[in-house]
Write a protein that binds this ligand. Sequence first.
Ligand code: THU
Length: 151
Amino acid sequence: MTDELRDALIEAARDAATRAYAPYSGFHVGAALLLDDDSVVTGANVENASYGLTLCAETAAVAKIANEGWIDRLVAVAIVGGRPGDDGLAGSDAVHPCGRCRQILNEAAERSKTDIAVHCASGDGRTVASYKLSELLPHSFGPKDLGLIAD
Ligand code: THU
């Protein structure tokens, strides 16, 4: 992936974070999924008064592509998180996906037959840490283990 495409994906995630519903934590997370035709699908976290029911940004985004029939078309994801500041999202530490979201992403990655790129960015977008999903979720369990991935 080019640096330009990575940066555009991070910017899409920052934009998605502006639509987070996070009145309890105040921590806004955006996720931008890159599909195999270079289209981008985004999601943001959705909190709930019953705190444990919160949906993460990555989960919201994966649900969107699954519902469109695109779960097997994932190439990369960008994730940003932080608190709203004067110039959009603020914060200088890269935000990494939680354990549950790594597993949710793995479902789409296996279906896409791709060790997807995961770009983790700070709220201000200036700090980026990039990985392959297999680095963040080694020895994963997924549809392949249930015989659902054809060669
Ligand atoms: N959050 C995400 O959206 N994705 C993650 O991978 C980590 C955490 C959200 C959940 C909650 O709304 C807020 O960040 C604080 O935990």
